[in-house]
Design a protein around this ligand. Structure first.
Ligand code: 4AD
Ligand code: MG
Length: 473
């Protein structure tokens, strides 16, 4: 394989021959010179290749090669793929250390009517050509940062003896009890309804799995089964929610990282969440400098400093009850009036991080009514051992809890919520056989990428976003 531009710029000695392959970003022509900027996505910057059109000066490669180069150059278009041979030279131009003094160029793939001609297109426009947007500065950088963060997730957990496990994507259970699930079926729904008569649901015993199944909303319940065997585990995979929330923070298909640890209480969980978030931001700061500098300059000013502040911050801990008291003091400023029992809105989360704590906040001990069935009940019988990590600029990035490990209490709660305990027999077994206190959380990976890149809309941090009415690619 040929060298990538990243390697060429880092390792190749100047004056030596190089081969560059990539896509033309720009071409500029002077009387005798042609400048071709080539990018291969291996790093933020491309490499400038300068060609001298005067064939007689090209004794090394010969007149024939030089005139072939002139021909290719004159027809060369933005977006085309090329191979360029030349010598790496110190660059006289500002903003780049080396360039290629080009000797040969061959066209690999032409680009007629390429849609990315302008320097800047709106993110809305680019969403419509999601298959080409990774070739822009912004989306190339998002893709590299996203990949780097995924690597950092695995590095963080491996160092702490958390085992990576793969939980199922198709499931018969609603892990969050929220009901916003996509059904998975091989039944011909139209035929089933025709055969059964109008309004009669199809017989799901005849379905592929012999029962109703769905795309998972969380791998947590299965992760709990492995945590109570391997002590520390995590899942990292796609999760699906059919909620009709058309916001800049919600996707119908998103990626979630879910660690689960046995013999861990809510305090341990909060500590792990704080360490985790800081480690991921620190990794991006250390390894994605060029891309982050771009986001800082062109997407969200001050983003690098704000991430450094989080890395050095001590996260503020506040109970839900105290948080609501704080919010009530400023009730007039909110569209949704805060009161004990209601879920925190994003304006409330923003206020808590930006005005009350001036940094990341972990809100704990929420009313049981607004949290999932599996959370451990506090002694007050009203609140549960829940925690949400709120980040400045973004709001909720992590949600987690200590789990209910007492069989009777869990069964009672499930019954209160009208859940069918029979289908959770295996989950309840964990409370029958060697039950232990255990805790975990879920971090929205796409929200993390939003946080690190400053991209305002979550649809711009995943290659092919899935949201209500959106599944073109
Ligand atoms: O708070 P959530 O719903 O928690 C769970 O699913 C638990 N089972 C996690 C656990 O304890 N193992 O979701 C966790 C995180 C949220 O904090 C948010 O960052 C992200 O997942 N998230 C979404 N991200 C994008 N689009 C959506 N529709 C999201 N819903 C949740
Ligand atoms: Mg949540």
């Amino acid at each position: 394989m040929v060298d990538l531009i990243k390697d060429i710029l880092r390792f190749n000695p100047e004056g030596q021959p190089v081969i560059v392959r990539g896509w033309v970003r720009t071409k500029r022509e002077l009387k005798n010179l042609v400048f071709v900027e080539v990018n291969d996505g291996s790093c933020f910057v491309g490499i400038q290749c300068t060609f001298d059109k005067t064939p007689f000066d090209r004794r090394e490669t010969g007149v024939a090669a030089a005139s072939a180069a002139v021909e290719v150059l004159s027809a060369l278009k933005t977006g085309a793929s090329v191979e360029i041979r030349g010598n790496l030279m110190p660059s006289p131009a500002a903003g780049q250390s080396s360039e290629v003094s080009g000797q040969e160029i061959s066209l690999i793939g032409d680009a007629e009517n390429y849609p990315l001609q302008k320097k800047r297109h709106s993110f809305e426009f680019l969403r419509e050509i999601a298959h080409l947007r990774p070739r822009t500065n912004t989306f190339g950088a998002v893709a590299r940062v996203r990949g780097a963060l995924a690597y950092a997730v695995h590095e963080f957990f491996r160092k702490r003896y958390f085992h990576y496990i793969h939980t199922p994507i198709i499931t018969a259970n609603d892990a969050e009890g929220a009901g916003a699930m996509f059904q998975v079926t091989t039944l011909d729904m139209e035929k089933a309804i025709r055969d059964n008569g109008q309004g009669t649901p199809p017989d799901f015993h005849m379905d592929f799995f012999g029962k109703k199944t769905f795309l998972t909303v969380s791998g947590q319940l299965e992760a709990e089964t492995y945590a109570t065997a391997l002590s520390r585990v995590y899942t990292f995979g796609p999760t699906f929610r059919a909620e009709n929330s058309n916001t800049a923070r919600h996707l119908a298909e998103f990626w979630m990282v879910e660690p689960e640890a046995a013999f861990a209480d809510l305090r341990d969980n909060m500590e792990l969440a704080e360490d985790f978030l800081k480690a991921l931001l620190a990794y991006a700061l250390d390894n994605c400098g060029e891309d982050l500098a771009f986001f800082d300059a062109h997407v969200e000013k001050g983003i690098v400093a704000s991430m450094e502040a989080v890395v050095n911050a001590q996260f503020t801990h506040i109970s839900y009850t105290d948080a609501v008291k704080e919010l009530e003091k400023y009730a007039d400023g909110f569209e949704f009036k805060p009161s004990w029992g209601c879920d925190l809105q994003s304006e409330h989360e923003k206020f808590l991080t930006e005005k009350v704590a001036r940094g990341p906040v972990i809100v704990t001990d929420y009313p049981k009514e607004i949290k999932a069935f599996y959370m451990k009940m506090n002694d007050d019988g009203k609140t549960v051992r829940a925690m949400d990590v709120l980040a400045p600029r973004l709001g909720e990035i992590i949600g987690g809890s200590q789990r209910e490990d007492n069989l009777e209490k869990l069964e009672k709660r499930m019954a209160e919520l009208g859940m069918k305990t029979e289908s959770y027999w295996w989950y309840l077994d964990l409370r029958r056989f060697g039950s232990t206190p255990h805790s975990g959380f879920g971090m929205g990976f796409d929200r993390l990428v939003q946080y690190v890149t400053g991209m305002a809309n979550i649809r711009d941090v995943i290659p092919y976003p899935r949201a209500v009415g959106l599944a073109e690619f």
